[in-house]
Design a protein around this ligand. Structure first.
Ligand code: IPD
Length: 266
């Protein structure tokens, strides 16, 4: 079995924790920023992933959203590093909305190498390996479908955006950009889950996704899905991603032109 497949297997079994979550979906802790919650399940899924992924790749280091693992260190730039978000879309999860996904990125020498995003509720497994394309297993089939980012221009695309909910200083800019975007596209969407937004760009359903600030764990896996599906992922400014901490995000299908995205840089 290949490494990507083994990671998918571990992520799929971690999904059982989310599927069988009963009670206690309420926050167990509040982190820094506006409405930034942690549930008992975020912690359980992170612990489960660290245990199983350590057994798979003992030499790998870990960066994860939940406490004790959430600070980037210089030594992460070398060797293998798992970057995990045990539940991306925690607020959705707490309120019984979807999507809430598990996101696992494996970096090699500081760059994305393998990306896996799993939605346990819809049983959709998105995965990509550097240079080998991006794929999804969905609709109960066992044959992975290759992903292609959309070729549509902005005017014929749906756009999703994130509200950077933990950063109230960014709310005004976020909604100014959203207001600028709406007349230029078909319509706007807000999923509540950055990793999912990136999967939707990779699968060509959404033409563009932007957010003023997200965590490295929100995008570690999804960025590789987008680029392996032929799309682009950069900072909002157009600068390359640095994968060493929080970042702005702009993910686009191939039909989004430079002119289409210029409004984001004003
Ligand atoms: C959040 C979600 C949300 C995005 C935030 C993320 P979390 O992740 O992805 O859609 O707007 O920027 O931090 O906290 O639910 O893992």
């Amino acid at each position: 079995m290949g490494l990507t497949e083994e990671i998918c297997g571990i992520v799929r079994s971690a999904g059982e924790i989310i599927l069988h979550a009963e009670g206690q979906r309420n926050a167990q802790a509040v982190k820094e920023g506006h409405a930034n919650f942690v549930t008992v399940y975020d912690r359980q899924v992170q612990e489960y992933l660290i245990e199983k992924l350590t057994a798979l790749l003992p030499e790998a280091q870990f960066l994860g959203e939940e406490e004790g693992k959430d600070l980037f260190r210089e030594e992460y730039r070398k060797g293998l590093l798992f970057v995990i978000d045990p539940i991306d879309g925690t607020s959705n999860f707490m309120n019984g909305l979807f999507p809430s996904v598990i996101s696992v990125g494996l970096f090699k020498d500081g760059r994305p190498y393998i990306g896996v995003v799993y939605n346990p509720v819809s049983d959709q497994m998105f995965f990509a390996e550097k240079g080998k394309g991006a794929y999804v297993l969905e609709n109960g089939t066992e044959e992975a479908k290759s992903l292609r980012a959309s070729e549509k221009p902005l005017a014929h695309s749906l756009v999703s955006f994130g509200t950077s909910p933990y950063h109230s200083e960014l709310f005004e800019r976020t909604f100014a950009l959203a207001a600028d975007c709406l007349p230029r596209c078909i319509d706007l969407r807000r999923s509540g889950c950055a990793a999912w937004d990136l999967c939707m760009v990779a699968s060509g359903r959404i033409g563009m996704y932007f957010e003023c600030e997200i965590g490295i764990w929100d995008c570690a896996a999804g960025v590789l899905l987008v680029t392996e599906a032929g799309g682009s992922a950069t900072q909002l400014s157009g600068e390359p991603l640095t994968f060493d901490g929080p970042t702005s995000m702009l993910a686009c299908g191939t039909g989004i032109t430079e002119e289409d995205r210029a409004f984001l840089r004003r």
